[in-house]
Design a protein. Structure first.
Length: 479
């Protein structure tokens, strides 16, 4: 008998009729619990509750909002070990990665508790004598928040915390694969003392609940993280309905390694970026662009390092890489390895399913060489532990290849040359650039986001979050 978890609407846990099991990808016999699937009517109730709560919440004192967010952050941090374990059990990240993500979520709430007190406007002189102009920021209204499965607590945190901090109400729809962390977060928010209806949780599938949330006439803005295909569709729907929209989507992130790079560092950060968290990070590097002079040594270094990686149950100690998060994702990863081979790539290591005592979705990280930028494995996001090598003559070709993609989230360069590092910082067409660091791994207090097909709308995180979660008012004061 597994525990049943309900939706949260207007400050009450709902009575639900349809539930879905939450399966551990490290061990498919382990069911974390049953999670309610909201109906369209429940979604409507959640939006109504958020709409009704908005006038009071948007006018509430900044101290009470700061206190509530601080309390949420404090509880997440106090329970980071337990929440990180839950995360590892439902998503497949290793336990240390899960605890790290839970810690980040707690810190995000703490950061935005402070932001409640730091929101400022401007007072500027008018061109008309005797008139002054005030520029202030106000909450937007009801925000629909839609999140993916790969960061089950950090991404919800970095959307929900600023939404609440700046006085908005929230209807949150998490990814159907990871309702456990979403429910735990909702429970913490529910007990923080914020009024009923300010925050609502509706669990369910994208087509059943996400689509009606995007199209609901009383939802003022949508903050979405997920795939480019769904994001593009949401952008169109929001445009038709004139809704504010923020989209964070996929990546095909390049990692350049130049001849002058520190080889050990370059191998380590490439393995980290490409394969840790099972390659399931939007900032993972899936294209390793290597110059000729270091090429053979780099490939040998990668093979040697990859041979040491321990893949296994996310909760076991000493594991580097957990399972793929679902069977569908595993099959997609394996099919991309086959697509790469059929396009002429050479599989140097990995790329197959791994079988253990318990049934899970394990995969040996794949490294493909002899690849070119026109191949599908270098153009489409795989979203798994699959990296391909592109061989180039020198820096100029490396830069051109790095930018030769419709995505633009994160990009890295390994070099000891200040000249090339400086040029790359300026000429990379990515939203985030890393010098001698993995493409994945970002701070929580600075802007996060990409360019081209990776992101759309204002940046997330840090002070920049206010751009999306507030709206600007210009007031003219006569004498
Ligand atoms: P997805 O697009 O399949 O789903 C994301 C969310 O959208 C889920 O909650 C899903 O239920 C919902 N959804 C699906 N169909 C919908 C619809 N028609 N209307 C409204 N909502 C709908 O993505 P995923 O598989 O959960 O996540 C992986 C993707 O997320 C990858 O492409 C990855 O790069 C991206 N991602 C991007 C970032 C970033 O910040 N750029 C961060 C993490 C993940």
């Amino acid at each position: 008998m597994t525990t049943k978890h309900s939706n949260l609407i207007n400050g009450l846990w709902t009575i639900d009729s349809v539930y879905s099991p939450n399966i551990n990808p490290s061990n498919t016999a382990d069911v974390l619990g049953e999670y309610a699937q909201a109906s369209a009517a429940q979604l409507d109730e959640a939006v109504k509750a958020a709409t009704a709560a908005f006038p009071d919440w948007s006018q509430s004192g900044i101290q009470s909002r700061a206190d509530a967010l601080d309390k949420i952050g404090t509880e997440i941090l106090a329970r980071r070990e337990e929440l990180g374990t839950l995360l590892a059990r439902e998503e497949g990240k290793t336990k240390p990665e899960g605890i790290g993500e839970a810690t980040r979520a707690g810190n995000i709430f703490k950061f935005f508790a402070g932001e409640c007190l730091r929101l400022a406007g401007e007072l500027v002189p008018s061109v008309r004598l005797g008139v002054s102009v005030e520029i202030t920021r106000e909450p937007v209204g009801v925000i629909g928040i839609i999140t993916p499965w790969n960061f089950p607590i950090a991404i919800p945190a970095w959307k929900i915390a600023p939404a609440l901090a700046y006085g908005n109400c929230v209807v949150f729809k998490p990814a159907e694969l990871v309702p456990g962390c979403a429910w735990a977060l909702a429970d913490i928010i529910h007990r923080s003392g914020i009024p009923a209806g300010v925050f609502n949780l509706v669990m369910g599938r994208g087509n059943d609940i996400g689509d009606p949330l995007v199209n609901h006439p009383d939802v003022n803005a949508i903050s979405f993280t997920g795939s480019q295909g769904i994001g593009g569709r949401i952008a169109q729907q929001c445009a038709v309905n004139l809704k504010k929209v923020q989209l964070e989507m996929g990546g095909k992130n390049p990692q350049i390694v130049l001849d002058d790079a520190d080889l050990i560092q370059a191998v380590e950060l490439s393995v980290q970026s490409a394969f840790f968290s099972t390659g399931q990070r939007c900032t993972a590097s899936s294209r390793l662009i290597i110059t000729e002079g270091i090429y053979d040594r780099f490939i040998a270094g990668m093979k040697a390092r990859m041979a040491t990686l321990k893949i296994g149950d996310a909760l076991a100690s000493g594991i580097d890489i957990g399972p793929v998060s679902s069977l569908a994702q595993l099959e997609q990863n394996l099919s991309y390895v086959e697509i790469g081979k059929s396009e002429g790539a050479v599989l140097v290591t990995g790329g197959h399913r791994l079988e253990y005592e318990t049934e899970g979705f394990y995969m040996a990280p794949a490294l493909l060489t002899e690849t070119t930028s026109d191949m599908r494995i270098n153009r489409e996001e795989v979203f798994g532990p699959v990296a391909s090598i592109i061989r180039v003559k020198g820096y100029d070709e490396a830069l051109a290849e790095a930018n030769n993609t419709r995505f633009g989230l994160s990009a890295g360069i390994a070099t000891t040359s200040l000249k090339y590092a400086t040029h790359f910082k300026r000429h990379s067409q990515a939203g985030m650039v890393m010098v001698n660091l993995p493409t994945a791994g970002v701070d929580y207090h600075v802007p996060f986001g990409g360019r081209k097909g990776s992101s759309y709308g204002p940046r997330e995180q840090g002070r920049y979050a206010q751009e999306f979660f507030t709206t600007v008012k210009t007031t003219y004061l006569g004498s």
